[in-house]
Design a protein around this ligand. Structure first.
Ligand SMILES: NC(=O)c1ccc[n+]([C@@H]2O[C@H](COP(=O)([O-])OP(=O)(O)OC[C@H]3O[C@@H](n4cnc5c(N)ncnc54)[C@H](OP(=O)(O)O)[C@@H]3O)[C@@H](O)[C@H]2O)c1
Length: 249
């Protein structure tokens, strides 16, 4: 079902985005990989080719930068001729108490997680609207988090951004559902990636999943399942938690 589909992935240099790239490569997708670090993108691209991606394009892109996002999406569209799906996985957290939290850190977190998601969605939408539906015109999966539902001490900026991603995604989804474009939001629990090495301690302090984490590969498989739903079915929001299978991470 995902064979030859053109999928743009932000945050593809690491963690969930990189795992999604490899999972989609195994399904024969065509990939556009975006993140800031060129070296790691090149490595993921190479691994994706080895795992079966039909074509892989990557471009260094800061999702906070409007011109860079538009340029990357235009370049991907010129190469592939269409964009079937966008996965917004670029994200970070800068943890700290609100009392004394730097405005620059607030802006970095909001702009990366929320504004970046908006900019990437806005860049692909006109292209998706114009292309023929087969059977959908396009799909978008935005990464929120368990922190998009529950406030967490010392993660106020990140929680604000991820709560925002849910509201943004729901609103956009209603805007475009009659245009054959499916927009969904995924809320993973703590996942063992670079991100969680920074954020996990704070997140788990408030979590009922203390001691357990998903793997990036498990989250990636759920993203694949969301993209591969029957066209008429719309998994609008997915909350993903780990079971306790005796593998504390
Ligand atoms: N890990 C968890 O516990 C967890 C749980 C729930 C939700 N999430 C969400 O899942 C998504 C992926 O996180 P992850 O766990 O895979 O973390 P990760 O391994 O740290 O990956 C984050 C990715 O975002 C990219 N990125 C950060 N800032 C960027 C920017 N300004 N422009 C472009 N790319 C940027 C990073 O690449 P560069 O540094 O190369 O730019 C990297 O590829 C995030 O949205 C995160 O909030 C994570």
């Amino acid at each position: 079902m995902l064979q030859h589909q053109v999928v743009v992935i932000t945050g593809a240099s690491s963690g969930i985005g990189a795992a999604a790239a490899l999972a989609l490569a195994q399904r024969g997708a065509r990939l556009c990989l975006l993140a800031r670090s060129a070296d790691r993108l090149a490595e993921v691209a190479e691994a994706a080719r080895k795992q079966g991606a039909v074509d892989v394009f990557w471009q260094s892109c800061d999702v906070r930068d409007e011109a860079a996002v538009n340029d990357a999406i235009t370049a991907a569209h010129e190469r592939f001729g269409r964009i079937d799906a966008l996965i917004n996985s670029a994200g970070l957290s800068l943890n700290g108490a609100v009392n004394g939290y730097a405005l620059d850190d607030w802006r970095t977190v909001i702009e990366t997680n929320l504004t970046g998601t908006f900019l990437c969605c806005r860049a692909v939408l006109p292209l998706m609207m114009e292309q023929a539906a087969h059977p959908l015109r396009g799909q978008i999966v935005n990464l929120s988090s368990g922190a998009g539902r529950n406030g967490i001490k010392h993660m106020a900026a990140y929680c604000a951004a991820k709560f925002g991603v849910i509201g943004f995604t729901e609103s956009l989804a209603h805007e475009v559902r009659n245009d054959d474009i499916r927009v969904s939001v995924l809320l993973p629990a703590s996942t063992a990636t670079n991100f969680s090495r920074v954020a996990r301690r704070a997140e788990q302090a408030e979590s009922s999943d203390i001691g357990y984490a998903l793997t990036a590969e498990e989250v990636a498989e759920v993203i694949v399942a969301m993209l591969a739903q029957p066209p008429q079915a719309w998994m609008s929001e997915v909350v993903l938690r780990p079971l306790n299978l005796e593998r504390k991470r």
